[in-house]
Ligand binder design. Structure first.
Ligand code: KIV
Length: 277
């Protein structure tokens, strides 16, 4: 079986749940791909969980491209989706196609765009340039400051209606899927039911066509905040701490490295060498 395509993702609508996780590097990507994940999102959450920044808006185009390259080198099957960083299309809409093409050259099969005031013209240009686009509505972290912070969106009938309209606009523009972030489960269900393209939920309940989580949340690696919608499958942070403590103790007590972990010269060679020195 070859790579998962945008067409495959579209054809899963109402047939099979779609799975996506974020990923930022070669080794994790290899594991996610081999596990059989449908899509790997090189998310701009890179800014927070890997680069330690406060806001996703701060991550640069070069940083996102480098990590997209690393992920793409590992992936054989999953569809790699690159999150376009704020600077690459919201701050600089005129350069959106040129920048999106850099992600495609880095190995991405599609790009993701968050809803913002000039979203329609940007998505139009990308689709015209034949670049597959995933939309993102609801809580859009790049413009969270305009939404009253990191809050659930669409809780009132007026704001819910706005989201239904945004989803429909994106579908009509030709996106192949839409991320619904932090919106009420009933609303996500209604949007999912009314769209032909799949919805991928994060904090949007179980009725979406698929689910996405930030890998470092699911693995318990990022301890700064754990949103309510995250299921922490492992506590890798503690496992890494314990493992590091073990390494420190074994090294300090001379138990690492052992014979099996060392290289040796042949005895005769060693004896001659000792005489020379
Ligand atoms: O960057 C990211 O991690 C995302 C997901 C939250 C969908 O955009």
């Amino acid at each position: 079986m070859g790579r998962i395509t945008v067409k495959d993702i579209l054809s899963k609508k109402s047939k099979a749940k779609i799975t996506m996780l974020t990923c930022y590097d070669y080794s994790f990507a290899k594991a996610l791909d081999e596990a059989g994940l449908d899509m790997i999102l090189v998310g701009d959450s890179l800014a927070n969980v890997v680069l330690g920044m406060q806001e996703t808006r701060r991550v640069s185009l070069r940083e996102m491209i480098n990590h997209t390259k690393a992920v793409s080198l590992a992936v054989e099957k999953s569809l790699v989706v690159a999150d376009m960083p704020y600077v690459s299309y919201q701050k600089n809409p005129k350069k959106c196609v040129e920048n999106a093409k850099k992600f495609v050259s880095a190995g991405a099969g599609a790009v993701k765009i968050e809803w913002f005031k000039d979203c329609v013209s940007v998505v139009k240009k990308l689709i015209k340039a034949k670049i597959p686009v995933m939309g993102h509505i609801g809580l859009t972290p790049q413009t969270a400051h305009l939404l009253g912070g990191y809050k659930v969106q669409g809780k009132t009938k007026e704001s819910a209606y706005k989201l239904v309209k945004q989803a429909k606009v994106l579908q009509d523009l030709g996106v192949f899927s839409i991320v619904l972030e932090c919106i009420p489960a009933q609303l996500a269900g209604l949007i999912t039911e009314h769209l032909k393209v799949p919805t991928i939920g994060i904090g949007a309940g179980r009725h979406c066509d698929g689910q996405v989580l930030v890998l470092y949340d699911l693995l318990g690696l990022y301890k700064k905040v754990t949103p309510k919608f995250v299921r922490v499958y492992r506590d890798l942070f503690s496992e890494i701490k314990d493992t590091t403590a073990k390494f420190i103790a074994e090294t300090r007590h001379g138990r690492f490295p052992a014979k099996e972990e060392s290289f040796f010269m042949k005895e005769e060679e060693w004896e001659i060498f000792k005489k020379i020195v």
